[in-house]
Every structure is written in C-alpha cells, then in structure tokens.
Ligand binder design. Sequence first.
Ligand code: TPP
Length: 338
Amino acid sequence: MTAIGDNDRRLEKYRRMQRIRQFETKAETIHAAGEIPGALHTYAGMEASGVGACMALRDDDYMVGTHRSHGHPIAKGSTLRPLMAELLGKATGVCKGKGGSMHLSDFSMGSLGETSIVGSGGPVAAGAALGAKLQGLDRVALCFFGDGASSEGAIHEGMNLAAVWKLPAIFVCENNRFGMSTPTSSAVAGANVADRAHGYGIPGVIVDGQDVDAVEDAVREAVDRARAGKGPTLIETKTYRYSDHAVNMGRDLTPRGPEHEEWVGRDPIALYRARLVSDGVAEADLAAIENAIADEVADALSFARESAYPTFEEAFDHVFVERLPIPADVAAHANLGA
Ligand SMILES: Cc1ncc(C[n+]2csc(CCOP(=O)(O)OP(=O)(O)O)c2C)c(N)n1
C-alpha cells in the first residue's frame, strides 16, 4: 500500500490531478471560442487512472498515451507552457505546433506520443520496452489504451510479444464505459478486459480507476515485476468519462444510463481531496495547490498566446526523419555499402 504519511507524494498526486482538470477546463473554453483548431478530447473523470499509473513510474520510464491526449503527459509530469502552446499550434509547442491536441509527445518526460490511431500504442510500447531491455536500461514502458482499443489487433500484438519476450511493459486499459458512443458492454466480449491477460499467461488486474492510491499500488506492483525481468501485466482501471467523445461537437452522443449520477458522484479529485482532509491534510494546503495550478494554467495560456506560429519555411522541418548514419559494420552486414 502507499505509505500513509508520505505527504509529498500524496500532494503531488493531488497536484497532477488538479493540473489535468484545470488545464482541460481552460482548453475547453478557448476551444469553444475557436482558439484551438481541431478536435479536443478531454480526460475529465479519469484523472486518477493516469496520475495513479504515472506516479508509479520514474521520469525516465516510457509512456505511450492515446487520442485523449493531454491527461497522460500531464500525469507523467509534463509542464503546461509547451503543452498549451501546442494546442494553439504555436512554434513553442512541445511538437513545435505541428502535433496539436491529438498528437502530443514530450520526450523530456518519456512521453513517446499520443496518436489518433486507436490501439496503435501497443506495439510502440512493446518496442520501447524491447529497446530498454536490449540496451540494458532499467526502464519500463507503460501503454494506456481504451476499452474500444482493447479489441484492436495492434494491442494484442503488443501484449503477445511483450509476454513472449518477457519485456518490461505494462498495459493499462482505461475502461471508461464507452468507445465514442458505443457502450463497452455492447462492443467488448467478456466481463472484463483484464480477463484477456490469461490468454497471454500474464497477470490481469482490475482496479478502481477513481482511486488514485489504488491505481498507483497496482501499477507499482506491475512495474516491480517488469523491472525484475518477469514480463508484462495487463491492468484494467474501471473509470468514467464526463465529456462526450470530443468536446464542443454540438450535441452529446454518448448514451448516459442511470449510473451516470453515481459515477459523477465518485469524482476522483473530490474523493481524493476528502481522503486527504480526513487524513489530516489542512484545507488551506489544498486550496493553495488549487490556486497555484490556476496561476500555472493562466501563465501557460499567456505564454501560448504570445508565442509565434511556425513560419512557412519551417513547415517541413521535423516532419520526416533525417537519415541516420549507419555504422559501417551494420551496413556491411546488411550489404548496404558503407
Ligand atoms: C484504428 C482506428 N479505428 C477507429 C478509429 C475511430 N475512433 C476514434 S476514437 C474511437 C473510440 C476509442 O474508444 P476507446 O479506445 O475506448 O477510448 P476512449 O475514447 O473511450 O478514451 C474510435 C473508434 C480510429 N481513430 N482509429
């Protein structure tokens, strides 16, 4: 269990969940005003899943996210200025304004990339874990994916290879009950995504995705197992998304059942706040965190607004990979010429 009294760690979890919620609330407002181009997929309601999982990682561990793409890097520790600038398409953005909301990556925090191709993170995470293993690095790779993605072939390729090669990978399925407007129950066979782990001979763990401590504990166990060379784990966080699939689409297409109020009543941030207060954390300390994050978000937005757009000349920079020098012995072996 997470040690009670480990106050800094607990406040950091609260801080990161607040950072996601407040960053996205602001993003949603300016998106509605036309300041952010393209679609915006928010993570509200799911903060405990991302933050709990990433708090079990080191800064130099790898993380692969999804199209719901700001929650994950913020959970991993990314700073807000370059993220907000990216949403506005500015040259100071984390991908120099060419990724936008749905295609963020922040290598400084091990965030390898968010993508709109559902399920595509599975082989990327397996590849990062294989790279770490081959290079003798003590790193793990964590892959977030949704319940919709859980039936994509790429996710199963990733899990299968990771299991066969005992790679240091952790697969976290965030089951938020919907894939676009399709309820999980009508698209995913079986009672739980985690049950599919048995097919690969790896542990399958179900955790309350609204409880940041519980998620951290489950992922920490999987990380320890991965670092010990014992291979991957599949973890399913049972969670809920508040917004429609993407925000400001004109009408909410997500069919809400009677359980909606119950889920909203178990807001992960409010739950954690109450737990901290009942454990003796002063209200004033939590209010100070909330105010500091509001300042951070305002500062990020000013920075983004004041930043320049990439120039026309920069349009093709960083789009195609520069040719890498091939070591002579490798080239000779591959008969490529030096
Ligand atoms: C390979 C692929 N198939 C379909 C889509 C269209 N699509 C975008 S998001 C989405 C639903 C994803 O649901 P889930 O994986 O549960 O993630 P969530 O949006 O619930 O976080 C679909 C079908 C896509 N982008 N890529």
